[in-house]
Unconditional design. Structure first.
Length: 91
């Protein structure tokens, strides 16, 4: 059997503040119904703005999008996913 090169590979897992925010977005788990955002089990350094969260599909919050002119094709409202209770920390 021949070894194929990996399609996606993370070679250096840097823990700098910029890279931690990047990995928080990249390493999420979702199945189409519920999504879990990546966060460190060990906690984060002091002063780090972390967003541990879970999202559920099918439930949306509506917000108006103000437009300077009413033109054809411009949206008047948008949908955003709801952030539900983070059950990763419930023990």
């Amino acid at each position: 059997m021949k070894n194929k090169p990996a399609v996606y590979e993370v070679g250096n897992f840097n823990l700098g503040l910029y890279h931690m925010k990047l990995h928080e977005v990249l390493f999420h788990n979702a199945n189409g119904y519920i999504g879990v955002r990546y966060d460190l089990e060990e906690g984060y350094p002091p002063g780090y703005d972390v967003t541990p969260s879970q999202y559920i599909n099918g439930f949306y919050d509506y917000a108006r999008v103000p437009q300077s002119e009413k033109l054809y094709g411009l949206v008047e409202e948008k949908q955003t996913t709801l952030n539900i209770a983070n059950t990763q920390t419930i023990r």
